[in-house]
Design a protein around this ligand. Structure first.
Ligand SMILES: *[C@@H]1O[C@H](CO)[C@@H](O)[C@H](O)[C@H]1NC(C)=O
Ligand SMILES: *[C@@H]1O[C@H](CO)[C@@H](O)[C@H](O)[C@H]1NC(C)=O
Ligand SMILES: *[C@@H]1O[C@H](CO)[C@@H](O)[C@H](O)[C@H]1NC(C)=O
Ligand SMILES: *[C@@H]1O[C@H](CO)[C@@H](O)[C@H](O)[C@H]1NC(C)=O
Ligand SMILES: *[C@@H]1O[C@H](CO)[C@@H](O)[C@H](O)[C@H]1NC(C)=O
Ligand SMILES: *[C@@H]1O[C@H](CO)[C@@H](O)[C@H](O)[C@H]1NC(C)=O
Ligand SMILES: *[C@@H]1O[C@H](CO)[C@@H](O)[C@H](O)[C@H]1NC(C)=O
Ligand SMILES: *[C@@H]1O[C@H](CO)[C@@H](O)[C@H](O)[C@H]1NC(C)=O
Ligand SMILES: *[C@@H]1O[C@H](CO)[C@@H](O)[C@H](O)[C@H]1NC(C)=O
Ligand SMILES: *[C@@H]1O[C@H](CO)[C@@H](O)[C@H](O)[C@H]1NC(C)=O
Ligand SMILES: *[C@@H]1O[C@H](CO)[C@@H](O)[C@H](O)[C@H]1NC(C)=O
Ligand SMILES: *[C@@H]1O[C@H](CO)[C@@H](O)[C@H](O)[C@H]1NC(C)=O
Length: 655
């Protein structure tokens, strides 16, 4: 990077601003803030598992890469616990869904002992920045029996407790990560948490560019916040020359909003979820995040990016390319041909939770491209444009996972086998913006996927921007037809986006793949849950970085309505229909007659194969219910000058 030219640009930018800007950057920290910083400095940098990956003694069985020809032993034994733990939740849930003429309790009781007969449920939460986090949070709150009133008539609480898998991508990954890294807390507890108890957890009014509010338990000014980001990332790059990238800063910054620990918990790792008591006991679903393999500067097309997943034990891919899994805890070690040679040390601490969440959401390139269309101040635009153009020359808009754990692994099929570098990007860059890939692996035997879609597919040309129109499902469907890459995955037929819009499949829950005799293989039934307006126009831009709590809660409430069809008020049978979707594959396996109400449901909610591919023109999504009033809608940054200072400080520190 051309350091001197950046300094020059910054100096110029700063001289354009008034003196308060310089003061904002260089102001003395308050006494309170200084105390907080000292407290942090005493606590974090000396911690054995800080943000800096460190050498440890290799375990007696040295870590190896395995072929992706099955599940890990850890997942297999965890599944035994989880599948049996879901039985009683599922019984309670299905009984409550009121499937008329069907004794759900008796059905579960007679098949409980044979877990492979029982429904295997997964939930997938799409990408889309803070919009996806919040809309997804509304849906998860609706599915969670811990949410007040979620087990009343018309509600879907208990679906989460019945689920085996919970996958997240990008903004959806922040949601999943935030629940799991915080002791599997609930959405309700997260939105009830106050800055006093939980620092700046889910306080989105403080833009990530500005950092946490000075005044919570994490008393940091914007400059101190960037100082903290810089120190932790710098320590990583100085240790054994680990490559760092913008994603390290991004992930550290995200952690301040998502991880309930001082300074965003620099020592928390994704693999530590495996040691979470509740998770290990099978009392939670299995959290999975996804990312795409992409070399710097390469353009992804939907069909050819390797899809990676992060689960608590492993990082890897079922794709026929890499086709392997590495033990996540030891990523950062020098694996060659699937082994860490005896002359090499083992590394731990690379898989920081924020870094994993940041990897799945590395959307900087889009941020840059979209900056000029936001209401950001011109000065900020020029500073960022200049800075990022320089970073762009490095094509550093990736997350660096070097050393490549899959170096010399599967030479014949792995296009990256000869490369010591592994670089990953936002899981939605290949248009598969819903994390379905891990859930359609035949070895996981998932029966039904609740696919919560908060994608921003539409533009103003379609009538209104930032609503989903099925693009993510289309991408996964197309990939499942590509013989070179699909590797045994099966996915139900999905129509084109014009059909989605013309038939309104983007405005209400729609079931795909109801008739399993229609395709070969083990395709799950997909319950598509598209973001659509009920009580709030939740089509906020992916690049809106700040939301006050009223707007946050309105989007979450809208997401709750999206998932429940407004508590079942738009269709009193909807809960029964959800129950039918959950049961569908299981009924087939056990040769049980499909109840009449389920047949009615499938007529109502299943896509029946009809196409209408004519251009729908401009269609406006109109609200289904009375809108919640939110006084000040989110803006790009709450305090323009503060943000300029923040960016300038960040760039300054990165040099
Ligand atoms: C169950 O569904 C039937 C109609 O199928 C309805 O008459 C009944 O009120 C429902 N019960 C509850 C508790 O919602
Ligand atoms: C739960 O439902 C009751 C009765 O409808 C209502 O009074 C209460 O406000 C609801 N609680 C929440 C947290 O929504
Ligand atoms: C984590 O949650 C479990 C179950 O809700 C609770 O029993 C436990 O005390 C919590 N642990 C911590 C450290 O808060
Ligand atoms: C965050 O941590 C604090 C202190 O341990 C705790 O009181 C609070 O309940 C936690 N918040 C959430 C949402 O888990
Ligand atoms: C976490 O669990 C693994 C086994 O799954 C064990 O080897 C490791 O020591 C545990 N780590 C901690 C910090 O408890
Ligand atoms: C199918 O996959 C291969 C390999 O990943 C890729 O090169 C090709 O472009 C894909 N075809 C389509 C139509 O996407
Ligand atoms: C994917 O396709 C793009 C466009 O055709 C190409 O530039 C890129 O090299 C391909 N990547 C892989 C891994 O095949
Ligand atoms: C998946 O890909 C691997 C590696 O190329 C191959 O060995 C395996 O047979 C494939 N599986 C299926 C079901 O096609
Ligand atoms: C891994 O290899 C690189 C050189 O390729 C070296 O700099 C680094 O120290 C090695 N890491 C360990 C843990 O031995
Ligand atoms: C955005 O605006 C800045 C300043 O007006 C300009 O220098 C830059 O080229 C623009 N970037 C894009 C991607 O349009
Ligand atoms: C993979 O390729 C590397 C470099 O060509 C070679 O050294 C290694 O032996 C190969 N591994 C296998 C298992 O063929
Ligand atoms: C659907 O979304 C795509 C972008 O993913 C957009 O190009 C297309 O115009 C949209 N179509 C409709 C009908 O909304």
């Amino acid at each position: 990077m051309k350091t001197s030219s950046l300094v020059l640009q910054l100096a110029t930018a700063l001289s354009l601003a008034d003196s308060t800007l310089a003061n904002a950057i260089y102001q003395e920290p308050s006494l309170e803030a200084a105390r907080a910083i000292n407290a942090w400095k005493r606590a974090a940098p000396d911690a054995p598992n800080g943000y800096t990956p460190a050498a440890v003694d290799c375990p007696s069985t040295r870590p190896t890469i395995r072929l992706a020809n099955g599940l890990s032993d850890e997942e297999t034994s965890w599944l035994e616990k989880r599948r049996s733990n879901t039985v009683s939740s599922m019984r309670e849930f299905l009984v409550r869904m009121n499937i008329t003429g069907f004794d759900a309790g008796a059905y579960v009781d007679s098949h409980a002992k044979n877990s492979s007969a029982m429904p295997n449920v997964a939930i997938a939460v799409s990408g889309g920045g803070w919009r996806a986090l919040m809309n997804g949070a509304g849906a998860l709150a609706a599915y969670d029996n811990r949410t007040p009133n979620a087990t009343n008539t018309g509600q879907l609480g208990g679906l989460l407790q019945s689920a085996t898998y919970l996958a997240g991508l990008s903004g959806g990954g922040w949601l999943v990560g935030s629940l799991f890294v915080n002791n599997y807390t609930s959405v309700q507890d997260l939105i009830n948490s106050t800055p006093d108890q939980s620092g700046d957890l889910w306080q989105f009014s403080n833009s990530i560019l500005k950092g946490p509010e000075s005044g919570g338990i994490q008393i940091l000014s914007t400059v101190q916040y960037y100082d903290d980001l810089y120190d932790t990332v710098n320590a990583k790059s100085e240790a054994r020359n680990f490559n760092t990238s913008l994603t390290d800063y991004w992930g550290r910054a995200l952690s301040f909003q998502l991880v309930n620990a001082t300074d965003g918990g620099p020592a928390y790792t994704w693999s530590s979820i495996a040691n979470d008591t509740e998770f290990a006991a099978g009392n939670t679903p299995l959290p999975i995040l996804v990312a795409d393999g992409r070399a710097p500067g390469e353009i992804l097309i939907s069909g050819n990016a390797t899809n990676y997943e992060f689960n608590p034990w492993e990082i890897g891919s079922f794709d026929p390319t890499v086709y392997g899994f590495a033990p996540l805890r030891y990523v950062g070690s020098n694996f060659t041909g699937g082994k860490v040679d005896s002359n090499q040390q083992c590394i731990e601490g690379f898989d920081n939770v924020g870094y994993v969440m940041g990897t799945s959401s590395s959307l900087f390139n889009q941020l840059i491209l979209n900056l000029n269309s936001t209401d950001a101040p011109q000065l900020l635009k020029s500073v960022i444009a200049n800075v990022l153009t320089d970073l762009g020359e490095d094509q550093n808009d990736i997350a660096d996972w070097t050393p490549n754990p899959f170096y010399h692994f599967n030479n014949k099929t792995n296009p990256n086998a000869a490369n010591k570098r592994l670089t990953l990007v936002d899981g939605g860059e290949d248009l598969q913006n819903i994390p379905l890939n891990p859930l359609i692996q035949p070895v996981r035997h998932v029966d039904v996927i609740f696919a919560v879609d908060s994608s921003a597919d539409t533009t103003a040309d379609n009538g209104a921007a930032n609503w989903p129109n099925g693009t993510a499902l289309v991408a996964t469907y197309q990939r499942s037809l590509n013989e070179t890459i699909e590797n045994g995955t099966a996915f139900p037929s999905i129509p084109d986006q014009n059909t989605f819009v013309n038939l309104g499949l983007n405005k209400r829950p729609t079931f795909f793949g109801c008739d399993s005799s229609n395709f070969t293989g083990d395709a799950p039934l997909v319950v598509y849950v598209p973001n659509t307006p009920y009580v709030y126009n939740s089509n906020v831009s992916t690049f809106t970085l700040s939301y006050n709590n009223t707007e946050r809660n309105a989007i979450i409430e809208n997401g709750y309505d999206v998932a429940t069809m407004a508590n079942g008020t738009l269709d009193a049978d909807f809960p029964a229909c959800v129950g039918c979707a959950v049961l569908s594959r299981s009924l087939n396996r056990t040769g049980t007659t499909v109840p009449d109400i389920c047949k009615t449901c499938f007529t109502k909610y299943c896509w029946d194969g009809t196409l209408n591919s004519t251009n729908p023109g401009k269609t406006f999504a109109s609200s289904k219910l009375v809108q919640i009033k939110v006084s000040a809608a989110g803006t790009f940054v709450p305090n323009a000058m503060g943000a300029v200072a923040a960016i300038a400080a960040a760039v300054f520190l990165m040099l």
